[in-house]
Write a protein that binds this ligand. Structure first.
Ligand code: UD1
Length: 418
C-alpha cells in the first residue's frame, strides 16, 4: 500500500493537462461488446478502474491493450461468455455497465450484483426494471443478476430517479433492440453525450442525448469505430479546487469547459479569478475563498463528484457554507478526516455546515473513497506542515498521475510505501 506525504503551504504555478474522462471511457469500453471487430479508443486515462474494466472485458473474451492513452480493443464474438464475476464487480461498481450490451448482443448476461459502497447503498434496481420492460427475463440469485432475452424490444422507460449508468445501460441495450426505445427522465451528463457520439459512430440511431428524453431506434447490427474520449470535467474541477485552496496561478489545458458551467460558476463566486478560452482555464487565487453554499444535483447541477473537494476549499473560507448532498445518502466520509486537520464542520441530515476561519494543520488522514481522497489532498496542500494521506489506492482508481501533476505545479508531495 502507498500513501502521499504532503507538506502544505506551497502555492501552485504552471501548466497542467487534463486526462480523458474515466466516466466516459468506462461505458465506451463496455459498448465494444455490441459489435465484433477492432477498435482504437484514444485519450483513455491510465487508471485502476480502467484496468479493472479490461479484466472484465478479458473475462468476456475481449482483449484490450493500452499504450499510453491509446487503447486497442479486439472483440471476437464469444456468445458463450456472459458472466461478470463478483471478484471484479466488487472492486468496481461500474462493471455493471456490461449488463445492457451483453444482453443485447449475446442474449444473456450474468453480472454480480454490486454491493453497497462507502458513499451509500447504490442499488441497480432501475437498470433491472428497465431491461425487464424491454422483454428480458431477469432474476437475482446467489448475488448475481441473471438476465436472458433472445431479442430485446424497444420500450418507453421512465426512470424514477436520474441514474447515469442506468441511462447508459439502457441506451446501449436499446441500440440493438427491436423498434424504438424512449428514455424519459434520462441523465443529461456530458458522459452520456460522449457515449452517444461513440455509439452513433458505430451506426446507432440516437436522438436527444444531453436532454431529459433520449430516443433510440434499434438497428440490426453495429460496426466497430475509433473514438477519442472527452476530457475529465471532475479532474479539471479538482485542479480548480487545488489552486483555490493553495493559492497561485495555474493553466489547466484540455478542460471540457462546455461541461463545467455549474462548477465554474461556484468557483467564480468564491473569488477564483478565471480566464477561459476554448478548452483552457487560467485560474488565479490571491485571497481567501469566500464562503458559498452548494447543493449537489444531477447534471447540469453541481456534481456530487466535486462535493468533497469543494468542501475542503470551504474549510479555508472566512464564512459559513452549507453543503447539501442530494445524490448519495452517505457521501460525507471525508468530513471526519477534514476535522482531524482542524476543519470546523457539522453534519445535519443531508447537509454539512462548514465554518471557515480555522487554520488547517497537517495530519494523518485516511481516504475512504475516490473523491474523498482528492478532497484530503486539496486540504493538505493548504494545511500547515506535513500531512499523510493513507489508502491512496482510491485516488489511483480515478486520477491519472495526480501526485505527479501536482508536483509539477510546485506542490511538495511524494508517494511512499506504507
Ligand atoms: C455515476 C458516476 C459517479 C457519480 C454518479 C452521480 C460513473 C461510472 N459513475 O454513478 O461517478 O457520482 O453517477 O453523478 O459514471 N439509484 C437507484 N437505483 C438504481 C440506480 C441508481 O436508486 O438502479 C440511485 C443511487 O443510489 C443514487 C442515485 O440513484 O442515489 C444516482 O446514482 P447513479 O446516477 O446511478 O450513479 P452511478 O451511475 O452509479
Amino acid at each position: 500500500m502507498e500513501k502521499l506525504v504532503i507538506n502544505g503551504g506551497n502555492k501552485l504555478f504552471g501548466e497542467v493537462r487534463i486526462s480523458g474522462a474515466k466516466n466516459s471511457a468506462l461505458p465506451i469500453l463496455s459498448a465494444v461488446l455490441l459489435a465484433e471487430g477492432e477498435y482504437l479508443i484514444k485519450n483513455v486515462p491510465q487508471l485502476r478502474d480502467i484496468s479493472t474494466m479490461f479484466k472484465v472485458l478479458d473475462s468476456l473474451g475481449v482483449t484490450a491493450k493500452q499504450i499510453d492513452n491509446d487503447v486497442t480493443v479486439i472483440n471476437t464474438e464469444n456468445p458463450e461468455l456472459f458472466t461478470a464475476d463478483y471478484e471484479l464487480v466488487r472492486t468496481m461498481r461500474a462493471s455493471v455497465l456490461v449488463l445492457g450490451p451483453l444482453l443485447a448482443k449475446r442474449s444473456a448476461a450474468k453480472v454480480s450484483l454490486p454491493g453497497g459502497c462507502a458513499i451509500g447503498e447504490r442499488p441497480v434496481d432501475l437498470h433491472i426494471k428497465a431491461l425487464a420492460q424491454m422483454g428480458a427475463e431477469i432474476d437475482v440469485e446467489h448475488g448475481y443478476i441473471n438476465a436472458q432475452c433472445k431479442k430485446l424490444k424497444g420500450a418507453e422507460i421512465v426512470f424514477d430517479i436520474v441514474t447515469v449508468t442506468g441511462t447508459e445501460n439502457i441506451m446501449m441495450a436499446a441500440c440493438l433492440a427491436d423498434g424504438k426505445t424512449v428514455i424519459k427522465n434520462a441523465a443529461q451528463e456530458p458522459e452520456i453525450v460522449d457515449l452517444a457520439r461513440f455509439l452513433k459512430k458505430m451506426g446507432a440511431e440516437i436522438k436527444g442525448e444531453g436532454t431529459k428524453t433520449i430516443e433510440i431506434t434499434g438497428v440490426k447490427s453495429l460496426n466497430p469505430a475509433n473514438y477519442t474520449v472527452m476530457p475529465d470535467r471532475i479532474e479539471a474541477g479538482t485542479f480548480l479546487a487545488a489552486v483555490a485552496a493553495a493559492g497561485g496561478n495555474i493553466t489547466i489545458k484540455d478542460s471540457p469547459v462546455w461541461a463545467m458551467n455549474s462548477v465554474i460558476e461556484k468557483f467564480k463566486e468564491i473569488g477564483l479569478d478565471m480566464d477561459i478560452t476554448d478548452n483552457t482555464i487560467v485560474a488565479r487565487m490571491e485571497q481567501k475563498p469566500k464562503a458559498v453554499d452548494i447543493t449537489t444535483l444531477p447534471y447540469p447541477g453541481f456534481p456530487t463528484d466535486m462535493q468533497a473537494q469543494f468542501m475542503a476549499v470551504m474549510a479555508l473560507s472566512e464564512g459559513l457554507s452549507v453543503i447539501t448532498e442530494n445524490i448519495f445518502e452517505n457521501r460525507f466520509m471525508h468530513v471526519a478526516e477534514l476535522k482531524r486537520m482542524g476543519a470546523d464542520i457539522k453534519l445535519k441530515d443531508r447537509s454539512a455546515i462548514v465554518k471557515g476561519g480555522n487554520k488547517l494543520t497537517g495530519a494523518h488522514v485516511m481516504a475512504s473513497d475516490l473523491r474523498a481522497s482528492a478532497s484530503l489532498v486539496v486540504a493538505a496542500l493548504a494545511a500547515d506542515g506535513e500531512s499523510q494521506v493513507h489508502r491512496i489506492y482510491h485516488l489511483d482508481r480515478g486520477y491519472e498521475k495526480f501526485d505527479e501533476k501536482l508536483k509539477f505545479l510546485g506542490a511538495d508531495i511524494k508517494r511512499e510505501k506504507e
